[in-house]
Design a protein around this ligand. Structure first.
Ligand code: MIG
Length: 784
């Protein structure tokens, strides 16, 4: 293709970075206050401002008419009643809430937003809001020397996005996933700025193709879209956690996942027959290697028709699913959006007869080539179609399936543009508009249809959904895997910043294909990747057609033993991970996170790509290169205990840590605790044992955390059937206090006690549990 040659850098392709061809919004001519909205009429357009909370400001610019405020596909809250003080003068309108100070300069319109301490969050100078005659809209903001940028959803490359330029346009990228490969499958037009240890966020809620440019100019960044309104939210922070809470307040948080979904998933494109799947499952059981899910990729279908099984390959899927369930394993099948054009295929018939497919304005169905050949695509922008699609999932749930894998939902189409014709006219719940406008939300809305449909069918059980494409808010419906990576060490390395930035973008439940999808894996890479996978929020090993098989036993016993050990470790850590997922469902905070989230004042964490945190007290420094058994590990302030050996490492500096192939450098912060269980067997995953591992700290250390548990598979927690403990660990000169500050919920777990193990206790220190001193300090129990 021509783009792959030097033709791509033709002189005519030079882009205008000066912004000269844009028309500025101009001066403010009048301001009208309507309820909680400030409506500005300007020389060249209209702008509305509105506070959603004390800490969240929305700004909307429309070049030609009053802004339309209810178009969002991801905002699921309405503005609160925020009290705003106003100071109006000829040149400036000043608006103040408890958390924000908004300065609106009128000639021309320039907006500066400060926080309660008069710290500047966003500021417009020479350039502000503007647009061009093709409908592109754009805004520039001042960029400080100390700004670091994070988020942007699913992007390759390093953690800190300063100096990058990104495009949001959901795209199926089989290869390559290079640091500059952009866009990928997800579009999350949101980012967080860290400036001198304080953070604020911007959510640019525009579903057209959008751009974020932190590269072209030294003191300005900008964001723009190919069409629509300039509609964005400023989130006040002031720290990374608060920004994320604010962002997920707007776009929603993940539901508590079923426990089985946070276990290990085994996948391949494809396990092609029932016999193969049975053998696979038997292997896991015989070898006592944990697995919760086996995925069925496209070969299970009859001619790639969704909602069918190929009965030659899978003669009795119902029985297969039931038998696997006995073994403690679930089946998750893939479901793509493309519906094969086939007059004899019921789904196609219903789709045509019910008028459920995407169409051109003239009324013809849009067809594109995907796996089944010529296919039609459900119009998920329509409530009626979403319901239809959701109900169709009874086909799977009736068989005992409670998880679905959505792929190709960018939507991917085998053609030059890789997707649907942008002139396709979506119904959009009564407000018809083009695919150009709704492309980026096609996957999100398919996810909504699928998740809600599954939830209805499952009658009280939690569905699991995995998706490739999405938009802001995707966390409400699905986990996200990072698509078609390769079995390269570079892709193992890149998976960490990718997962961290997805987490910083509100999507806590993510992970890469462990072992790598395309290309052939090798035992060393697979082992190192499995060590990381054991701690990524989503843990699935997946590989492509014609590549080496990469199940944990494929490379012999030596490697199998190591991988099995880490996979069992995943299950030992599930009580801790589950509590963190619970937190994510409440606050939006990610399970795997960058160090700066916990240590925003520590500059050395700002672009740290190879060390990650699990929650706020566990740190992972995996080996990410071949042949390496020693690596530098930067540890933030505090003292850190190497999990495997109990050795103490001082924080605020780097250490050289040794790790043989069997070793994973995992640290826990002194003075904190984690919850654990024991691995029993695949059939007995709901274990009857719980323990709390406490590491005594230094005098004065106080740590509090939440332990959460419930039945792990129903929505009974909504009615109070859960267990929630807020626990405090306090270290003193002569005692360690373990105190359950409060208990909540009616859930009666299968365990009746929690074993408490204490590490790092000094001989003169007592252990005081809920105010009572214990004799046997090493081993004692909390009775439920
Ligand atoms: O590459 O369904 O990303 O996980 O195995 C074509 C086959 C389509 C892409 C997915 C991959 C999956 C594959 N799919």
């Amino acid at each position: 293709m021509l783009e792959d040659t030097s033709f791509a850098i033709l002189p005519e392709n030079k882009q205008d970075t000066t912004g000269k061809h844009y028309l500025d919004i101009g001066n403010v001519l009048s301001i009208e206050k309507q309820q909680n909205m400030y409506q500005l009429t300007c020389t060249n357009g209209f702008v509305t401002l509105c506070f959603y909370t004390d800490a969240i400001l929305r700004v909307v610019m429309n070049p030609t008419s009053q802004p339309v405020l209810d178009l969002s596909k991801s905002i699921h809250v309405t503005p609160l009643d925020v009290s705003v003080s106003e100071e109006d003068s000829e040149a400036v309108l000043l608006l103040k809430t408890k958390k924000l100070e908004v300065k609106i300069e009128k000639n021309p319109l320039r907006i500066t937003v400060k926080d309660e301490n008069s710290r500047i969050l966003v500021k417009e100078q020479e350039r502000g809001m503007a647009y061009d005659q093709n409908g592109e809209i754009r805004v520039w903001k001042q960029m400080e020397e100390s700004d670091h940028f994070y988020g942007f959803g699913e992007k390759s490359g390093f953690l800190d996005k300063r100096g990058e330029k990104y495009e949001m346009w959901n795209t199926d990228v089989y290869a390559p996933h290079n640091p500059e490969t952009d866009p990928l499958y997800e579009s999350i037009p949101y980012f967080m700025t860290l400036r001198n240890g304080k953070a604020h966020g911007i959510f640019f809620d525009n579903t057209f193709r959008t751009f974020f440019d932190m590269k072209s100019e030294i003191d300005r960044y900008s964001f723009s879209a190919e069409g629509g309104q300039l509609d964005y939210y400023v989130l006040a922070g002031p720290d990374p956690k608060k920004v994320l809470e604010q962002y997920t307040y707007l776009t929603g948080r993940m539901p508590i996942p079923p426990k089985w979904a946070i276990g290990y998933h085994q996948s391949r494109y494809s396990y092609e027959t029932e016999a193969e799947v049975r053998e696979l499952a038997a292997n896991f059981l015989e070898r006592d290697i944990p697995v919760d899910v086996i995925h069925l990729d496209i070969h299970y279908m009859n001619g790639y028709r969704v909602f069918t099984f190929d009965r030659d390959r899978f003669p009795n899927p119902e029985k297969l699913i039931a038998d696997l369930r006995e073994m403690g394993i679930r089946v998750v099948p893939i479901v793509d959006p493309g519906v094969k054009q086939d007059a004899e295929y019921p789904i196609y018939q219903e789709g045509v007869q019910g008028d459920n497919f995407c169409k051109y304005i003239e009324g013809d169905i849009y067809f594109g080539d995907v796996w089944p050949g010529k296919s039609a695509f459900p119009d998920f922008t329509d409530e009626k179609v979403r319901k239809w699609w959701g109900e169709k999932h009874a086909f799977y749930t009736d068989m005992g399936i409670d998880g679905i894998w959505n792929d190709m939902n960018e939507p991917a189409v085998f053609n030059e543009t890789k997707t649907m014709d942008t002139s396709v006219m979506h119904r959009n719940d009564g407000r018809p508009t083009t695919h150009k406008e709704l492309h980026n939300v096609y996957g999100l809305l398919m996810g909504k249809a699928t998740y809600e449909g599954m939830k209805d069918q499952l009658q009280g059980k939690r569905p699991f959904l995995l998706t490739r494409a999405g938009y802001s808010g995707v966390q409400r419906y699905a986990a996200v895997w990072t698509g078609d990576n390769r079995s390269f060490w570079e892709h193992l390395q890149m998976s960490l910043p990718m997962v961290m930035n997805l987490g910083l973008s509100g999507v806590a439940f993510t992970g890469p294909d462990v072992g790598g999808f395309a290309h052939d894996t090798n035992p060393e890479l697979l082992v190192r990747w499995t060590q990381v996978g054991a701690f990524t929020p989503y843990f699935r090993n997946h590989s492509a057609l014609n590549t080496k098989y990469q199940e944990p036993w494929q490379f012999g016993e030596k490697y199998e033993t190591i991988m099995k050990n880490y996979m069992q470790m995943r299950y030992e850590w599930l009580p801790q991970l589950y509590s963190l997922f619970f937190k994510a469902s409440q606050t939006g905070l990610p399970v795997m996170r960058p160090l700066f989230m916990e240590y925003p004042d520590d500059e050395r964490t700002y672009n740290l790509n190879d060390v990650v945190m699990i929650g706020d007290n566990v740190l992972l420094a995996p080996i990410l290169s071949p042949g390496v058994t020693d690596r530098a590990v930067y540890l933030p302030e505090g003292e850190w205990i190497l999990w495997a050996t109990g050795e103490t490492f001082e924080g605020n500096r780097a250490h050289l840590v040794h790790a043989e192939l069997a070793d994973l450098p995992l640290f826990i912060k002194k003075g904190t605790a984690v919850m654990q269980t024991k691995w029993v067997s695949n059939q007995e995953k709901e274990t009857k044992q719980r323990s709390m591992h406490v590491v005594a700290g230094n005098p004065g250390d106080v740590y509090s955390f939440t332990y959460y548990d419930d039945d792990g598979e129903t929505f009974a927690y909504e009615k109070g059937d859960y267990l929630k403990w807020n626990i405090e660990i306090k270290s003193e000169e002569d005692a360690i206090h373990v105190t359950i500050l409060d208990k909540e919920g009616n859930y009666l777990p299968p365990y009746k006690e929690v074993d408490v193990n204490l590490a790092e206790l000094k001989p003169n220190q007592n252990v005081i549990l809920n105010g009572k001193t214990y004799e046997d300090k090493q081993q004692f129990k909390i009775i439920l």
